[in-house]
Write a protein that binds this ligand. Sequence first.
Ligand code: HEM
Length: 487
Amino acid sequence: YKFLESNKKSDRMPKGIQGPPGFPILGNILQMVKNPHLKLSKWAKKYGALYTIRLGFRNALVTSDAKSMKDLFGHPASTKKFQMDTFLLLSKGRYGIFTAEGEAWAEQRQFFIRSLVDFGFGSGKTSLEPLILDEAQYVIEWIEAESKNSSSVCLNEILRIATSNVLWTLVNGKRNNLTDNNISLLTQNVIDGVQQSIKNGFGFFPWIKYIAPELSGYNSYYKACNDLYAFITERFEEHKSQFTPDAPKDIIDAYIQELLNKANDPSSSFYGIEGERHSIASVLELFIASSETTPGVMLWLVLYVCHNQSVQRKLHDEIETVIGTCREPSLLDKPRMPFTDAVIQETFRISPLAAMGIVHELSESIEFQGHTLPKGLLLLPNIYHVHHDEKTWGDPENFRPERFLNPEETEVNKSLTENLVPFQAGKRQCVGETLARDVIFLFIVKLFQTYDVLPDPDNPEPNYEPDVGLGLICKPFKVRMQRKSNN
Ligand code: HEM
């Protein structure tokens, strides 16, 4: 019964759009068990920019070029998400920003964006810069200490902790110690569970949890979600006990203020108990959405640049020319650093963290590129293929930041970056994009301002093979961080 219940929703296939044949009940899922991003890309080459697949009983339209993706995900009927059990469990229902829908989602999303601006963040503003640079400096100190014990270091964990600390300081008002970091650890347990839910299937087939709760990883995921939820709830309670109205010190205070402001407005998603649930879920989702993605991009970048020394030399040259060795990098340096920008864009392109994005669901039938797309159709953004399409990139498998620059290498070619969609597209496009881009820029510039990054002599060959789950995650690797002689 549970099996039928969780998979009962069947929808119509749009007419006139081809796709690979699948199996009964499972559809195309079996063909996508290993490296689904590569399979989706292979199908795009065969069936074109728009094709259909079946995920269990659900039909999905796969979009594999940037324009179709932007047009389709920009349509008002595409705002709804396909809610995997994995995320509903995390947010305890349709709460917060990531999992909420309709007016509640719009209000929660807007509130978070406004809070970021209130706390000094936004285009053209630089007041979060000291916070980000402080965290980058802690990473440098950690590298210095580690390098005394071993010639090569693994940056995976420290970058995760440091980036989650930037957000945590903003949200909770005080930073965590790099070696004693609850929020990062609790978040990591949940992220590991999300990866398991994709690999072991309980995200798509909730009935697996009834058959193999332990083996599938469902039980440990359930516990990890509850632990993180309880931790965030405790921080809300702590803040409430020390709260001064109209003087929010951090984002949790801002949420508490909004709950008070909307205490008599039943039409608001901040009203009453539901309002509390939305607020806690929103904060929790921020950590889940950011803590693997932002450091993940930096790790890929370090790996590629470490194994492409000519790129590293150009990166060093630009940092030295524009910033020098004595002063801290600033976001205001960004427009004068096209090569650094190109290195970051190339990393987003070649190893997109959210390679298959987040699946949405049409809330009503629409006409699209001459086809009628039925209500309930799932929409899958084939981000990996968009970033690896030979027609756009020529040699997609090569790490070549220069592709984004004009022949004089003085400017980034904007018409080419239009083909990048690492944060997806449309009204639900990543709400943390600017924060992520700023953190990546400042961390990376500071790292390469301070160090020559060299391959680990014990493992000199790079491993570009990702750990594939919801995202393409860089497997742990070591590098030799050699302090630059002029630094
Ligand atoms: C390089 C880093 C990041 C990448 C690649 C990334 C990617 C994405 C993608 C692909 C989506 C799905 C958009 C959709 O459903 O249409 C998303 C949504 C989201 N991201 Fe990010 N993200 C990153 C960093 C962050 C950060 C730093 C935060 C928090 C400060 C964040 C918070 C969110 C939230 C809350 C959503 C849900 C938005 C909504 O449903 O309205 N992300 N992100």
